[in-house]
Design a protein around this ligand. Structure first.
Ligand code: GLA
Length: 413
């Protein structure tokens, strides 16, 4: 089976996957779940390292998703004293087929009353972080529950596999507990889980794309107000596909590089007398900044402009016309922001030379994936060229697959 077929099936088979997950849930926990919820990964079309600068982003949800089957723990009759912790009803059981050990299942267990950052490690930290922030809300009591996770979002590919788990967990709990949180609120809460519990100082783009993405569209998001608009992204109608090149180079936003870029931006904004780089006009005089900070700031100002221009071109129906903006974004991330790596640069250069109309790294960088906007007839040519270029350079073979703008998070069954 080709990667392309796998990716397409991932989008259309969520009903079947949910059924399978329910069956597995019953094997693991001995009874049926209350329901199954899904949350997709994302590709960022353009607007990189702008979210934590209160800027603009244009990501889309992809046709690969995390699924969670969940069942709330119910008082067994003895626990109606209102003290869930004392009665043992605040126990959360997690199991995952997503990052399996030899048993084919990884598991974690904790009590909500004991949750502090660092208490749960590995993939379990994502649902645990969500529980932690929800339990901290006024008037919200989170009971214990059982959860089984499965995901088709590749781990470490820079396609927000971890945010998909957080978002799937929050939409499930919101639904089951009748919290009625709106999507921007869920985005802020999952960001808080990521920042305060998981310990990664990331922005709000990834969760927003997973929560608010729609089939056939990109999400134009103002990260300051969280106002958003869907922008049609009819790639197929324009004879194009979006290819992802997963370089296999591991990245982690809990590592220093991401935080250092963030700190540079804050320093730059402060030196320019602005609350954030969003308030610095494009073309502002940067000569008072040190050379490195000036380059970081220049990237952010230029990237916000490129997002606005991309939205304009898409709204005018000029899908091919966004190609040059993707390339300009990559060059800026490579040279000014310095978050690319040799594998990402090679993927971009090779895709362009093999016929892509645009290409860039996507996500935080330092590894992960690049995307290429490719005329449908050139897809195999680009795929082969990238595979050969990686082999010639002695890099590990990349995963290359097609993604389509898919539906945001919700209940599956
Ligand atoms: C990661 C973060 C996002 C964003 C991007 C860079 O994906 O999770 O919040 O900052 O990097 O654009």
């Amino acid at each position: 089976m080709t990667h392309q077929q796998t990716a397409q099936q991932a989008g259309h088979d969520d009903g079947t996957r949910a059924e399978e997950l329910s069956r597995r849930f019953a094997e693991v926990y001995g009874h049926a779940p209350d329901g199954v919820w899904r949350a997709p990964g994302r590709v960022n079309l353009i607007g990189e390292h702008t979210d934590y600068n209160d800027g603009f982003v244009l990501p889309f949800a992809i046709d690969r998703a995390a699924l969670v089957a969940v069942r709330l723990r119910r008082p067994d009759g003895a626990g109606h004293d209102g003290d869930a912790a004392a009665a043992g009803h605040d126990v959360v059981d997690l199991a995952s087929t997503w990052a399996p050990d030899d048993s084919g299942l990884t598991r974690a267990r904790f009590r909500i009353a004991d949750l502090v950052p660092g208490a749960v490690s590995g993939w379990g930290a994502y649902p645990a972080g969500v529980v932690h922030v929800l339990a901290g809300l006024d008037g919200v009591e989170v009971p214990g529950f059982e959860l089984l996770l499965d995901s088709t979002v590749p781990v470490g590919a820079g396609l927000s596999s971890s945010h998909a788990v957080e978002v799937a967990t929050i939409v499930a709990l919101d639904d089951l507990l009748g919290l009625d949180l709106d999507r921007p609120a869920m985005a802020r809460l999952t960001q808080q889980a990521e920042n305060d519990f998981v310990g990664a100082p990331t922005g709000i783009m990834d969760q927003s794309a997973s929560l608010m993405g729609r089939t056939g569209a990109a999400l134009f998001l103002d990260c300051r107000t969280l106002e958003s608009d869907l922008v049609p992204l009819p790639v197929a109608q324009h004879g194009l596909t979006v290819l992802v090149v997963d370089t296999g180079v591991a990245h982690s936003h809990a590592d220093g590089g991401y935080g250092a870029r963030r700190a540079s931006c804050e320093r730059g904004a402060a030196a320019l007398g602005a609350a954030s780089l969003r308030d610095v006009p494009d073309g502002a005089d940067l000569t008072g900044l040190d050379e490195e900070t000036a380059r970081r700031v220049r990237h952010v100002l230029g990237e916000n402009r490129r997002v606005l221009e991309t939205v304009e071109r898409l709204r005018a129906g000029d899908v091919r016309g966004i190609g040059e903006l993707l390339v300009a974004s990559h060059v800026s991330l490579r040279d000014d922001y310095e978050v690319s790596c040799p594998e990402l640069d090679l993927a971009v250069d090779t895709a362009l030379a093999a016929g892509a109309v645009g290409a860039r790294m996507t996500g935080g960088g330092f590894g992960g994936s690049a995307i290429a906007l490719v005329p449908a007839g050139h897809t195999e040519q680009v795929r082969t060229a990238v595979a050969e270029a990686f082999a010639n350079a002695g890099h590990r073979a990349p995963e290359v697959f097609v993604v389509v703008p898919g539906e945001g998070a919700g209940r599956v069954r």
